[in-house]
Design a protein around this ligand. Structure first.
Ligand SMILES: [Zn+2]
Length: 301
């Protein structure tokens, strides 16, 4: 083999190698390009999917906002109807107090709830007699359906502080402590149920606040609140006493009143048993039953 032949072979080997490298590079680049095309397509698809799902979410959010809007409308409508009802109740109460009416008014009130095991049976009795009452309630989580039923039934939901903590009179430690509890419970009811309470009963009654009573009443006035104690009671506050005693607790003194606030508790089984007799007895004495409202004479401001 001559020198030229060796050179030719070397050149063609080199050419071959270059071609192989060239093709390999091309394949590599093409694969990379192809992969990147796939990735881009996938990315585009993902983005489109995300946009679509974002679109769906936006629609859902808009629908929910619409629903929330309509809840607010219903709450506002209910509030207006309640105001109309209270205006009529105020007219009637004024007539009764002026001796211009044959009927008397009893405001039945139930304190310390809601109670998941007993409140419903009280609400059932009130429904049965078609009577509207007032519930002075605390801040209790996980009792939403009871608060809601009280509101939806047309009863007055009122404020009895958040905790009712009378141990060592803790709730009356200071004016700020007490007002803080009133505000906390008001906010809870407002946020959860869109319902504004502006009536308070002091835990234990207003004398329980001792020296702080009048400073508290002053602050209540500033935040648009009135308060009420009671005229008669079944005496169920200690949850002892017989059904007969509870009936007499109300019916024996009710004749002294034209407009009367009755204190009871919707945890008391004996009050539950006494309630039909109390209602019928008061009816016989000429009483009708109304829920309390801010403008009532009974609400002190
Ligand atoms: Zn109480």
């Amino acid at each position: 083999m001559g020198t030229r032949d060796r050179e030719n072979r070397a050149v063609s080997a080199l050419t071959c190698l270059a071609a192989v490298i060239g093709i390999a590079t091309l394949l590599f680049v093409y694969q990379g390009y192809h992969r990147s095309l796939n990735e881009q397509a996938e990315l585009r698809q993902w983005l489109t999917g995300t946009e679509e799902s974002l679109g769906v979410q936006e629609e859902q959010i808009a629908a929910l906002n619409g629903e929330i809007g309509s809840y607010a409308d219903v709450a506002e409508k209910n509030r207006q109807e309640r105001e109309l009802f209270y205006a009529k109740a105020k007219e009637l109460e004024t007539k009764v107090l002026n001796g211009e009416s044959d009927v008397k008014i009893a405001y039945l009130t139930f304190d310390d709830g809601p109670y998941w095991d007993t409140t419903h049976i009280f609400l059932d009795i009130l429904d049965e007699y078609d009577i509207k009452a007032t519930f002075f309630y605390l801040l209790k989580e996980d009792h939403d359906d009871i608060y809601q039923r009280v509101i939806d039934s047309g009863h007055t939901l009122a404020n009895h502080s958040a905790s009712h903590n009378l141990y060592g009179n803790a709730i009356y430690a200071s004016v700020d402590t007490f007002i803080g509890e009133v505000e906390e419970n008001r906010q809870f009811i407002q946020d959860k149920f869109g319902y504004t309470t502006n009536i308070l009963r002091f835990p234990g009654g207003s004398p329980q606040a001792r020296d702080l009573k009048w400073p508290i009443v002053e602050r209540l006035r500033e935040i648009g609140y009135g308060y009420v104690d009671w005229d008669t009671t079944t005496g169920d506050g200690k949850n002892s006493g017989t059904v007969e005693e509870y009936i007499h607790g109300v019916l024996d003194v009710s004749a002294d009143y034209d407009v009367m606030v009755v204190l009871m508790h919707d945890y008391s089984v004996n009050t539950y048993k006494a309630l039909p007799t109390i209602i019928n007895g008061l009816k016989e004495q000429g009483f009708i039953f109304l829920p309390l409202f801010y403008e009532s004479d009974k609400i002190l401001k």
